[in-house]
Each structure stands twice: as structure tokens, then as C-alpha cells.
Design a protein around this ligand. Structure first.
Ligand code: G6P
Length: 608
């Protein structure tokens, strides 16, 4: 999705902006551009394609001299990805340039009005209305023009503005889109994402909806929606550059797969004290937890699959009925929920548009909201009554890995926490279960160490056009994520099926050499899975079995086997999914795919 950066200081802005845009590439984009304030006003260069094209077109920024400017990566929504539709957008008199992240919902009405008033539109974007509104309302006071223009906007925006009359200033404002200010020494920044800032400063200010920041090299003045100055707190970002860079791995995705033991450790360990789950961040009283009679988990993509996987544990431990709903469906489903419903939203970015709408829908119906989020200060974290952060660190690869497993781990913690408060488990049982959860980092490491053959398995399976994943119970939920990973990054067709459903249709597709990845880690149903494996084998399938160490019966049936460590059946998902992530990674590598930034996908989907 779109990313924005802004810089003002005493160095050439263009190079810094280009560097910032490179850090935002992972979000997915199709064009990019820069506008820099120089001696002769604003100059602007934009282009379709990669930041590398923009570097070339700007001669690494040299064609845009000046010490303040704004930059943008665009992921097309209104209008095709073309040079003209790329941001920034400039006013007709060249006085203003604007970058925008989000969608202006009432742009059509505004466009008509502005055309009527004589403004000339160059692009097909919703954003261009903003720059003309600035011209319309500008009377020499930049902040006032920004406030008047944004008062006319409906929808979501993170906006960065430069004005030729204000040589050292960059202005930023937001509504329902992320925007963070970076506080430097003699230079200041804004960005839609902290990863664009941390190589320069770890001191940040989280801008709230409706606030406007007037930024110069030595000062950041923030104003509230009524125009009054607001005191803002400077927060120190805990992530470091190393965490946001590849650290010697070929791809961010591999780095993020490998660092899962550490990510889960930082998510889980601080929340287990003396054998008890401690969730100090929750505002839910024990009475409220006892009053819940229904849990709905809603999310998108892998976050949804994390919910599907964790549902089994949550339901088993709490005995409260749990349903999982795709956020994009839930919001339009007229859901039956009330103040006894707990709605759990799961989101790595905390910015996914459908998940936000689902949350808002549930809120209006009185449900209690718990959000499981990775990005601190994100929109979902602000909208939810309760937030448990996953503390996975920055996830750069578009296809999530540590985001997913840390979400599952938080769900495990919450399941034990809730079960204890509802009297479903004793103190001793809580101690035993938390002991099991503490084992997850080692179990993931073991799952990695046990399977050095995955790169060669990938060589064997990568040429297949289509693969099936089958499993039962929680293994089926893991199939959903394993299959999605493969699709996302290797572009192979794959489908996940509940193994018991095979005979109701899918088995018709099984023919000689059709690869079937059969997950049989959930011990109570191991024998049933063995029957399903035999069924597909009998029709010529080539089976890659995934099972727990010691289950050697599968070796006789399957063509290849991936072993994962034996775990408590309640907590096996993280160590089971990791070899599937690795499998998807190496298959994509064999196929020469753009692993960290797969085609057509975005890390954070901030539009419906
Ligand atoms: C996009 C990403 C997925 C992610 C989904 C939900 O589709 O490519 O990896 O699972 O959004 O994102 P969220 O940030 O809400 O977890």
C-alpha cells in the first residue's frame, strides 16, 4: 500500500527521501515520486515502477536540489499506475505539492466543485483534490489552509504537504491512516511507517487523527483539530536497524522465519510469571470475562488463519463457543453480537481496512473488543478497548511468518488466561500449560533443525502446477496457512482441504503424481489421516507427509516426510507451520520469484 516520507533539515532532502522510500518498498507499490523545495520553488519527479527507476530519473536525487521535501510510493486505487497518477500532486500555480496515503471518499463531488471553480486536474486520482483545495483556501497561512482543506475531506488520509512560500516547512496530518513524526537533531521527518525513520532517529511522535504537524529542521509544532497547539510525547522506538534489515539472509522472509523462536520468546516470556499468564494490558475485568458467552475472531489473510488455528485451543480451554469470520464478510453480515460477545481482531499491521471496519461494526453493536496487533500505535490498537501486542518486531516480507506465529502464541496465552478466570482450569493446570507455552521457541528451533532437507524437497516439488494440503482438526487450519504461503510467494496453485472432505469431490482431482501435503500432527486423528493418505496414494498421489517425531508409520506410506517435534496438542501450530513456511520459501526460490515482494500483493491492505 502507499507509503509516505517527509524530510526537512540541512542536508539534501532527495537522497534521504529516496532512502526512506526504499524502506517502504515492502508495503507493495507500483509507482513513486518526490517533490523537493529548492531555491526556485518546488520541483517534482515521479515515475511508474520501482524506486530504482526513480533513482535513475532523479540521478539519485541530484536533479532535485533542496533541503526539504516529500516522497511517496503509490499502490494504485483511483486511476491506473502511470507517471501522472503517481504522487506527489502539484497545484496549478506550482505553490503546493502533496503526497497522500488513503482514500478520499468524497473526491468526485469535490472534483466537480473544483473544476467549476476553474482548477485544472491532471490526474485521475482522488488525491489531486487535496492540492487544489489547499490553493483554494490559502491566504498566506499554510497551517490554516491545511486545516480548511482537510475539513472538506471524507475518508482516510495520511498527508504530507510542502508549500513554496514556506521553504523549510513540511506539514503532515492524518485521519484513519498511519503517520509518525521522527525527531532528529537539526532535522525532522515524517513517515507512514517507522521503518522509514529508524536509520535516522528512534525518537518518534505518534500523530493522532485530526492533528496537524508543522515541521521545520529545529521544531515540530502539533495542532489539534481546533487549531490549538498540543503537547506531544516523544516515544523511543524499540526496534533497531538490524531488526529492520536482512542481517545476512538472502531475503527478509527467511530471516523472519529463522527469528521466530526469538520473536515468540519476546511475545510470551514477559507475560508468564510464576506459572501464571499476566496480561497487564487488558482492561477486561474478571467479571466481564466471566460474562462472555460467545467469541468471534475476525481478521484477513494469514491473521484470519491464525485465528482459525487458535480457535481450537481457545474453545477447548474456555468451553465458550468460538466462530471465525473473514473481516471482509463479517462487516456486511448483520452479525448477531451483543455486549456478551468478545470480538477478537487479529492484525499484524493494525491498519487493514476490512479488519478495522469489522471492529467498528462490532463496537456499534456493543461487543467487547480485543485486538492482537504487532504495530504499536496503529489504528486498530487505538480503536480497540483492549490490545495485546505481539512484539514480533518489524515484519518486512509481504508474506507474514513471525507475525502469524506470534499471533497464535498470544491467542494461546489469552486462552489460558480466560480459562483460568472462568474456573475451567486449576492453578496447577495453568502452571502446566504455561510451561508448555514456554517450550514453543525451542520447539520451533527443533522443527527447523530437523528438516535440512527442505531445500531439496523444494527442488523435487517446485515444478508442479498444483498442490493439495490436507489435514484434520487443527492440522486443517495449519493447511490453510501452509497453502496460502505457497500461493503467495511461489505462484503455484494450491488448495487446503479438510481431509475428511476429500471423498466429497476433491478426490476426483487426484491422479498420477499429484502432490498432496498431508499434515498428521494432531495425534488423536493420526489413524484417520493414515486412511486419507492411503486413499490418495491408491489414486497415484505423491505424498509429502508432515508428522511428529516418532510417528514412523507414515514413512511406509508417504513418499517424503517432514518431522516436527512432539508438542502438547493444544500448542502445536507454531512448530508445525514453520517447515511449511520454509517449504514455500524454497519452492519460490527455485521458481525465481520475487519472494519478499510478491506480485500484486501488499503488506498492509488499507483499502477495502
Ligand atoms: C495482506 C498481507 C497478508 C496479511 C493480511 C492481513 O494481505 O499480504 O500477509 O495476512 O494482509 O494483514 P494484517 O496486517 O491485518 O495482519
Amino acid at each position: 500500500m502507499c507509503g509516505i516520507v517527509g524530510f526537512t533539515g540541512r542536508q539534501e532532502a532527495a537522497q534521504i527521501l529516496l532512502e526512506g522510500l526504499k524502506k517502504l518498498e515492502y508495503r507493495g507499490y507500483d509507482s513513486a515520486g518526490l517533490a523537493v523545495l529548492g531555491k526556485n520553488g518546488i520541483s517534482m519527479i515521479k515515475t511508474t515502477g520501482k524506486i530504482a527507476n526513480l533513482c535513475e530519473k532523479t540521478q539519485d536525487g541530484k536533479l532535485l536540489p533542496g533541503f526539504a521535501g516529500i516522497g511517496h510510493t503509490r499502490w494504485a486505487t483511483h486511476g491506473a499506475p502511470t507517471d501522472i497518477n503517481a504522487h506527489p500532486h502539484m497545484s496549478n500555480d506550482g505553490k503546493f505539492a502533496v503526497v497522500h496515503n488513503g482514500i478520499i471518499e468524497n473526491y468526485a463531488v469535490l472534483r466537480d466543485e473544483l473544476v467549476e471553480r476553474g482548477f485544472e486536474f491532471k490526474s485521475e486520482t482522488d488525491t489531486e483534490v487535496v492540492v487544489h483545495l489547499l490553493s483554494l483556501y490559502y491566504n498566506g497561512d499554510l497551517k490554516e489552509a491545511v486545516m480548511k482543506a482537510t475539513a472538506r475531506l471524507e475518508g482516510s488520509y495520511g498527508l504530507g504537504v510542502v508549500c513554496a512560500d514556506y521553504p523549510e516547512h513540511i506539514v503532515a496530518t492524518r485521519q484513519f491512516s498511519p503517520l509518525i513524526l521522527g525527531v532528529g537533531v537539526g532535522e525532522n521527518y515524517f513517515a507512514s511507517d517507522v521503518t522509514a525513520l529508524i536509520s535516522h532517529t528512534k525518537n518518534v511522535i505518534y500523530l493522532e487523527d485530526g492533528e496537524v504537524a508543522d515541521i521545520t529542521p529545529d521544531e515540530i509544532c502539533v495542532y489539534g483539530p481546533t487549531g490549538k497547539p498540543v503537547e506531544k510525547e516523544i516515544t523511543r522506538v524499540q526496534w533497531d536497524m538490524e531488526a529492520a534489515e536482512k542481517g545476512g539472509y538472502d531475503h527478509f522472509m527467511l530471516k523472519e522465519i529463522i527469528e521466530q523462536p526469538r520473536a515468540i520468546k519476546s511475545t510470551v516470556e514477559p507475560r508468564i510469571k510464576d506459572g501464571k499468564v499476566v496480561l497487564e494490558e487488558l482492561n477486561l475485568s474478571d467479571d466481564e470475562i466471566r460474562s462472555i458467552d460467545k467469541i468471534v475472531i475476525t481478521a484477513c489473510g494469514s491473521a484470519y488463519y491464525a485465528g482459525c488455528a487458535a480457535k481450537y485451543t481457545l474453545e477447548k480451554l474456555t468451553r465458550v463457543p468460538v466462530t471465525t469470520e473473514l473481516a471482509s464478510e463479517f462487516r456486511y453480515s448483520d452479525p448477531i453480537i451483543d455486549d456478551k460477545t468478545l470480538l477478537i481482531v487479529i492484525s499484524q499491521s493494525g491498519e487493514t481496512a476490512d479488519t478495522i471496519s469489522a471492529l467498528e461494526e462490532a463496537k456499534t453493536r456493543g461487543a467487547k473488543i480485543l485486538a492482537i496487533v504487532n504495530v504499536v500505535g496503529s489504528r486498530i490498537s487505538k480503536l480497540a478497548d483492549n490490545v495485546i501486542y505481539t512484539w514480533a518486531g518489524p515484519e518486512i516480507a509481504v508474506a507474514t511468518t513471525k507475525g502469524y506465529t506470534t499471533q497464535v502464541a498470544v491467542m494461546y496465552l489469552f486462552s489460558v488466561y480466560m480459562a483460568r478466570r472462568r474456573g475451567r482450569i486449576s492453578e496447577d493446570e495453568e502452571k502446566r500449560l504455561t510451561g508448555e507455552i514456554m517450550q514453543i521457541p525451542q520447539q520451533i528451533q527443533r522443527a527447523i533443525d530437523l528438516n535440512p532437507q527442505i531445500p531439496s524437497l523444494a527442488k523435487e516439488y517446485h515444478h508442479n502446477k498444483s498442490l493439495f494440503f490436507i489435514g484434520r482438526n487443527v492440522d486443517y487450519a495449519v493447511c490453510l496457512e501452509g497453502s496460502l504461503k505457497l500461493k503467495e510467494i511461489s505462484y503455484l496453485h494450491s488448495e487446503a482441504y479438510a481431509a475428511g472432505e476429500l471423498k466429497h469431490g476433491t478426490i476426483a482431482l487426484i491422479e498420477e503424481d499429484q502432490p498432496v501435503i498431508a499434515l498428521s500432527c494432531y495425534e488423536p486423528l493420526f489413524d484417520k489421516m493414515m486412511s486419507n493418505i492411503k486413499e490418495v496414494k491408491a489414486r497415484g498421489a505423491k505424498v509429502l507427509g508432515v508428522t511428529t517425531e516418532g510417528q514412523n508409520r507414515i514413512v511406509r506410506e508417504a513418499d517424503d516426510v517432514i518431522f516436527v517435534p512432539k508438542t502438547d496438542t493444544l500448542f502445536g501450530v507454531p512448530s508445525e507451520v514453520v517447515p511449511l513456511q520454509l517449504f514455500a520459501y524454497y519452492v519460490a526460490k527455485e521458481n525465481g520469484c520475487n519472494i519478499d515482494k510478491p506480485r500484486n500483493l501488499a503488506k498492509s491492505v488499507t483499502v477495502e
